[in-house]
Design a protein around this ligand. Structure first.
Ligand code: NAD
Length: 444
């Protein structure tokens, strides 16, 4: 099979810039540095630890993903970003308390050298934070231009051949798509007139996309997923994807729900509650930021279970998500799920899940994989939404009229088939008729 795709090689250095250099960002950067020094494994990363089957099951071809597609190597990554606080990545990682201090101290020299650039920030969009390390500009367009200048200077100063931007900043308040978001022209006019519907994350997204740089959003807030930036990303050949890293409770939801649906077990209720005590938890304590997160978390079950097709099984599902800020836990979140299911003859059953998870430990490999795969997309000439990366995200973004796929296993198949397709390999359909063909037929 040939696709005629010409993927440029991953020559030179790749700069990964994160607006927001808190728990997730520092855990990601420290982890990559530890991995390239060979003192820890990059567990959870498909690009670093995954294999992909090629051809028939009898062919025995299962290369590592990183040996199959031309990805940037860990040694070629340079880190940077922006934050509203001036802490280095070492200081941010120590404050976040996710990775053990002895590991951070081993990496201190390198982590201390990664310092945030001053951020584009407005307390109106994240109520609980008050930053000091912040840019000034008369208009939002001025701020976008400052960010573009930062990106160009970072690329030049660090000798990078390419950049990727991954938003790891706090969750902003809930915004709806409005007129200013419709076209590139209306959006640029809105930047010049300081339109209130343009949040800081959109200014970063605009700056990256305008320069043709791939952009991913790790948080649930509206950012690149507006018509104006979707159009711009196609024009400039900047790959984007869905939003909100799929970790913790939602990751498990997208593992369990497809299982219930596959066996046609009904679900009458799904109550999810969380306690967490990191800065993310504090920000989500604000109702505006929580609403953004809630929308992202709630949409998952509906699209997996399809109540419109299965009203008897999922038509009356009561789904509730709570997030409670509880400082003693720090980044070590506890998420409880009570799932009320029913089976044969409507008989009720219950499942309880108590996940003592570490959010940033689950999010860090996603930042790495998204950055490397978006860079691959860019070199393959793909602009606009990369739906094949929905595997990593709570809120996949799709073209208008197409419902998003949330089932982790369908997402995984799509991602692997996209990689096979990119490299001109046969897609794996799992039909498997060929293993049962009568051998004598081959001889006919
Ligand atoms: N940890 C997870 O598993 C997970 C999963 C899904 C989504 N997320 C999202 O990822 C984001 C980061 O999570 P975290 O745990 O690292 O949070 P965090 O609070 O530790 O870090 C966020 C950082 O962003 C900075 N920030 C806020 N607004 C900014 C701006 N406009 N420009 C630059 N910096 C800005 C804050 O100062 C902070 O340092 C959050 O939005 C969170 O909801 C995290």
């Amino acid at each position: 099979m040939t696709t005629g795709l010409k993927i440029k090689p991953a020559d030179g250095k790749l700069g990964i810039l994160t607006p927001g250099m808190g728990a997730v960002s520092s855990t990601f950067m420290a982890g990559v540095i530890a991995s390239r020094r060979g003192i820890r494994l990059p567990i959870g990363s498909v690009t670093q630890m995954g294999h992909i089957r090629l051809g028939k099951r009898t062919d025995n071809r299962q290369p590592m993903v990183k040996d199959f597609v031309p990805l940037a190597g860990l040694d070629d990554i340079v880190f940077g970003g922006w934050d509203i606080f001036g802490d280095s990545i070492y200081e941010a990682a120590v404050k976040a308390g996710v990775l053990p201090l002895d590991l951070l101290n081993e990496l201190k020299d390198e982590l201390d050298a990664i310092k945030p650039m001053p951020a584009v920030f407005d307390n109106f969009y994240v109520k609980k934070l008050h930053g000091t390390h912040v840019k000034k500009g008369a208009t939002k367009m001025d701020l976008a231009e400052q960010l573009m200048a930062d990106m160009k200077a970072f690329q030049k100063d660090n000798g990078c051949s390419r950049l990727v931007v991954v938003w790891c900043g706090s969750t902003e308040i809930f915004l709806k798509v409005s007129d200013v978001h419709q076209t590139v022209e209306s959006f640029e006019a809105g930047l010049r007139s300081n339109h209130p519907d343009i949040a800081p994350s959109m200014i970063y997204a605009y700056a990256a996309i305008k320069l043709g740089i791939p952009y991913a959003n790790g948080a649930p807030n509206l950012s690149a997923d507006i018509p104006a930036l979707e159009t711009l990303s196609k024009q400039t050949g900047s790959p984007t994807c869905g939003k909100d890293f799929k970790t913790g409770q939602t990751l498990l939801k997208t593992v369990l729900a497809p299982g219930f649906k596959a066996r046609l077990l009904g679900v009458s209720g799904w109550f999810s509650t969380n306690i967490l005590g990191n800065r993310d938890g504090e920000v989500l304590d604000d109702p505006g930021s929580f609403k953004t997160k809630e929308e992202s978390k709630l949409s998952v079950l509906d699209t997996i279970l399809q109540p419109e097709l299965y009203p008897d099984l999922y038509g009356n599902l009561f789904h509730k998500v709570r997030i409670n800020y509880y400082p003693p836990r720090g980044d070590n979140k506890e998420g409880w799920d009570n799932i009320d299911i029913f089976g044969w003859m409507g008989m009720p059953m219950q499942i309880k899940v108590d996940f003592l998870c570490r959010d940033s430990i689950l999010a860090a490999p996603i930042v790495l994989d998204l950055a490397l795969f978006l860079d691959l997309s860019k070199r393959a000439g793909f602009g606009g939404i990369q739906e094949w990366l929905s595997f990593y995200l709570k809120s996949p973004v799709t073209p208008q009229g197409l419902y998003p796929e949330h089932d982790l296993f369908i997402q995984q198949k799509k991602m692997k088939n996209t990689l096979r397709w990119m490299m001109g390999e046969e897609l794996v359909t799992h039909l498997g008729r060929e293993y049962y063909d009568d051998l004598s037929q081959d001889d006919r």
